[in-house]
Design a protein around this ligand. Structure first.
Ligand code: ADP
Ligand code: ZN
Ligand code: ZN
Length: 665
């Protein structure tokens, strides 16, 4: 007798599709079916479906053409269901986001997996272990009590306090139980040090690295190796959170505050939040580590959902937190963006053969080129932002849509040959420092110089081998690096985050400055951090000079509470885009009307507004903010809203999506 099977396909509809099969097919099987006259890959979602649930004749069902393999386990299926519901994203597309792209292809893979079975750890091992300090030991002992159940723990340790050593110790315990380990990091290429520490510590353990830059095949192999228990440690970026495991024992999310755990298109998930969810459904511990935990995480600690562990001292005994000093730009007027006193300190560092870091969170030469005669500025044709001047290529580049063009010789508007460069980015700072210190070896670290794993590793080794005197870098430098010779950090152009439309900007600025300051003085030499600002009295800087993250977080939490913004309330953005802003706004006005009709009292609908960067990649964008203090009611409302919005006669082809827990307003 024919059986009915429901299949998930990569289509923007929140449903599965029924097909017929002669045989019993296991849930999770990858199959080939015909859909809208094409042969496509799908996944069995339900088998043995009751014939009564069909709304049409069983004879009309198309057959399953072919069964490839079984690549999904129950746990992943459960996860996909939950994520699709939480982010209100079509179930089929959610599933296809979670799997390696090669599995979308209608073909079977015969990957030769490495022969050796799961390696048993030999304990104690050859590696020389660091003697852990009391704080580290007590954290490890406490968390080890909870390895057999869901246990969300926050490891809040100041920069350099030895969090990684704690991870390594916990990982070893889990491996010795024969279980697998998942480590999520914000950006793997930026932390070669972390990798080498893992490799050194677990030299005979199978490790797999999974990042968005991994090739299709290596991602597929990683997927299989984790699924069949071959890989014992998986280290990866956000998409690695969907890896299936045979026997996962712990998840570690390093630098949990980092915004790159959030996906900004398609399925807009937070890998940190998904990690906690996975751990909960798999009944295993999850460790969220950071020197600057996100306010969301702090809120969950307050609610007693997460357990808090602290490391309060730098692990290297001689290392102290650096002294942070503010340079009031009214007292120390800058010359081309840098104060004399900052330059003097860099000079001192050079004389002492120590490394200094100049931090400026903007790449390129300068953020805008203008004509003083007619006020022309270098804006992007595709986006409502300015194009950034890159001196190395003599190009104007849009950092949003990526297009570039040669810098004009004269003003495109009035032919004035004297165009002015305003402001500064990493390239300009590098140029200024080159002029001031012609003997110094200066390296720039930003997205432009670190493209690809190889170039970053090369740069990294140079720094590590003391072949660099001055680093000029963006927030990339804030991430977990450990350079023992780095004693001075100079921060330029910091103030823009102080007064922003986005309530998260102060949290982000503080976190970045705290992290970047944390790079200084990690060895036995004292560190100094000099921050140039026009607003030295601002609370943010006052908490910062005292290294008082907890104090600032508390201050922000009170602010968030009084404003009733996240984490105290839940946000969802409905974004719409179109070739004309009016079409997007008209569409959203209709959405607003519908939303107000179906909403309950606990839901607030804000009026549609154009996005801050209104035009992006030739699309005009607008958005509606939906807010509620009741997460469950919000989910019920969104389900209803989606049905209504899909029924709008969308004659202007407006494209829309929901962003649940957005990080950008
Ligand atoms: P974090 O991850 O908190 O920034 P790390 O684990 O990278 O800190 O440790 C910072 C530095 O201190 C590293 O060089 C590490 O080898 C060293 N370290 C960690 N724990 C100890 C310890 N107990 N004794 C001595 N050095 C330590
Ligand atoms: Zn652009
Ligand atoms: Zn002009």
């Amino acid at each position: 007798m024919k059986k009915i099977v429901n299949i998930l396909l990569d289509v923007p509809l929140n449903q599965s599709f029924s097909y017929s099969s002669e045989e019993n097919i296991v849930v999770g099987s990858r199959v080939l079916v015909e859909f809208r006259k094409n042969q496509v890959v799908g996944f069995v979602w339900q088998n043995n479906v009751d014939i009564k649930s069909l709304t049409f004749d069983i004879k009309k069902l198309k057959p399953i053409i072919k069964v490839f393999d079984e690549v999904l386990d129950n746990k992943i299926i459960k996860l996909v269901k939950f994520i699709a519901n939480y982010y209100h994203y079509p179930i089929g597309q959610t599933l296809f986001t979670c799997i390696p792209s090669l599995l979308r292809k209608p073909q079977t893979y015969t990957l030769k997996l490495e022969d050796n079975k799961l390696l048993k750890l030999k304990a104690p091992k050859v590696v020389q272990k660091i003697h852990l300090n009391n704080e580290q030991q007590s954290v490890i002992a406490a968390i080890k009590q909870h390895l057999e159940a869901f246990y969300p723990a926050v490891l809040y340790g100041i920069t350099g306090s030895g969090k990684t050593e704690v991870y390594l110790e916990l990982i070893e315990s889990v491996l010795l139980k024969g279980k697998q380990v998942l480590v999520l990091v914000p950006e793997i290429n930026l932390t070669p040090q972390l990798l080498s520490r893992f490799k050194r510590r677990f030299s005979n353990v199978k490790m797999q690295i999974l990042t968005s830059s991994s090739s299709g095949l290596s991602r597929l192999k990683g997927y299989y190796n984790a699924l069949n228990g071959e890989a014992q440690i998986i280290i990866g970026t956000r998409l690695a959170v969907f890896t299936p495991f045979k026997n996962l024992g712990i998840i570690i999310v390093d630098e949990e505050h980092d915004q790159s755990f959030k996906q900004y298109d398609g399925l807009r998930y937070s890998a940190r939040d998904v990690a906690v969810l996975r751990a909960s459904s798999m009944k295993i511990p999850v460790i969220l580590g950071s020197a600057t935990p996100s306010l969301e995480t702090i809120y969950n600690i307050k609610l007693k959902k997460y357990e808090l562990y602290k490391l309060t001292n730098r692990a290297v005994e001689t290392a102290r937190l650096p002294q942070i000093k503010l340079l009031d730009l009214k007292t120390y007027p800058p010359n081309e963006g840098i104060t004399d006193i900052a330059l003097e300190n860099i000079k001192k560092c050079l004389d002492n053969k120590e490394l200094s870091l100049v931090f400026i969170n903007r790449r390129g030469f300068c953020p805008v080129i203008t004509c003083y005669e007619c006020n022309w500025i270098s804006t992007c044709n595709n986006c409502s932002v300015n194009m950034v001047y890159h001196s190395s290529t003599k190009e104007l580049k849009c950092h949003h849509c990526g297009i570039s063009k040669k810098i004009p010789r004269t003003c495109p508007n009035c032919n004035n040959p004297y165009l002015q460069a305003i402001g500064q980015g990493t390239q300009k700072v590098e140029e200024i420092l080159n002029q001031k210190f012609p003997q110094a070896r200066i390296s720039r670290i930003d997205q432009d110089t670190t493209k690809g794993k190889a170039s970053w590793e090369k740069l990294y080794n140079k720094i590590y081998n003391n072949e660099v005197d001055i680093l000029v870098g963006t927030q990339m430098m804030a991430k977990g690096h450990d350079f023992h010779n780095l004693t001075l950090v100079v921060g330029l152009n910091l103030d823009s985050g102080l007064y922003s439309y986005d309530f998260r900007s102060t949290e982000l600025l503080f976190t970045q400055l705290m992290q970047v300051s944390g790079r200084a003085g990690r060895g036995d030499k004292e560190g100094l951090v000099l921050l140039q600002t026009n607003f030295p009295k601002n609370e943010l800087y006052q908490y910062l000079i005292n290294h008082d993250f907890a104090g600032f977080a508390n201050y922000l939490m009170l602010q968030r509470k009084s404003l009733n913004v996240p984490p105290y309330s839940n946000y969802v953005l409905l974004r719409a885009s179109s070739s004309k802003i009016k079409s997007a706004m008209d569409f959203l006005l209709e959405v607003e009307n519908l939303a107000n009709k179906i909403k309950t009292n606990d839901i607030n609908i804000f009026s549609p507004v154009p996005a801050i960067i209104q035009k992006l990649k030739k699309k005009e964008r607008a958005q509606i903010l939906i807010q509620s203090n009741d997460r469950n009611k919000l989910h019920i409302f969104l389900d209803k809203l989606i049905v209504e919005v899909n029924n709008i006669k969308n004659k202007n082809m407006v494209i829309w999506h929901l962003d649940v827990d957005p990080l950008e307003l």
